[in-house]
Ligand binder design. Structure first.
Ligand SMILES: [Zn+2]
Length: 244
């Protein structure tokens, strides 16, 4: 992480940041000029180890996690904190992973550009979600959101890998030793496009099983806790280096 990134990340307070303007204007520009998406929205929680330290994380390995249907209940458009419902196994799963990996959420939130909620609403949801998870020992290190409509065909909306690539560029995440967990085939495709070697499909009522016939995740499990155990088993058996 370059020093330039630190300006926005220390002492995060969304109300004072005028976040919609600054983040949408691309404050987190990628200096290297690689193709990346700078219009996705990044939230770094106050306890993010990307801000404080990475001492407990070997290398810069991450687990990328989808939000709706993977960590919290998929309620269609989650436009209010009142609709937040953390799924069974999510907290325990993230807690397990957190000892070994950075925890990075990547979520499509077109409800913003559909006008169903404001950017401030989204930020409030992520602030509260991150706070609750942190309290349970399962705090995420970063949350990337794509606010765009599908028809915009942006590079950040999954199945495009823009948000994963942005994390890679901004925080030097070692994608070759990372993994991704999601309940949709679009998650799996995004992971594959970013060349993440381990992609785990968590079954949810919305999992697209027809599409999944042609796209193969490396594993398919019932919930985030199972996915986490799966990753840690590979870790313990030495496959955790995710040969790839
Ligand atoms: Zn987008």
């Amino acid at each position: 992480m370059s020093a330039g990134h630190m300006v926005l990340t220390s002492g995060i307070n969304f109300k004072e940041l005028s976040i919609s303007k600054e983040l949408r204007a691309g404050v987190f520009l990628n200096a290297s000029g690689n193709r990346t998406d700078r219009h996705s929205i990044l939230y770094l929680p106050p306890h993010s180890r990307l801000i404080t330290s990475k001492e407990n994380v070997r290398g810069n390995r991450a687990v990328f996690l989808d939000r709706d249907g993977t960590i919290v209940e998929d309620v269609g458009y989650l436009t209010s904190v009142l609709k937040l419902n953390i799924l069974k196994g999510s907290i325990e799963g993230i807690r397990l992973l957190r000892d070994h990996f950075l925890i990075i959420l990547v979520t499509n939130q077109s409800a913003v550009d559909r006008g169903l909620m404001s950017l401030d609403d989204l930020m409030e949801i992520h602030q509260i979600l991150a706070g609750v998870l942190q309290r349970e020992g399962a705090g995420p290190d970063a949350i990337y959101s794509c606010p765009h409509l599908p028809e915009i065909q942006c590079y950040c909306r999954k199945p495009q890998p823009g948000m994963v690539m942005r994390a890679h560029n901004e925080f030097s995440i070692d994608l070759g030793h990372s993994s991704l967990i999601g309940d949709n085939i679009s998650d799996i495709i995004a992971g594959q496009r970013a060349k993440i070697p381990v992609t785990i499909l968590v079954r949810s009522p919305k999992t697209d099983l027809i599409n999944s016939l042609s796209v193969k995740p490396t594993h398919t499990v019932d919930n985030l806790f199972e996915a986490s155990k799966c990753i840690l088993t590979m870790e313990d058996s030495g496959i955790g280096n995710f040969v790839g």
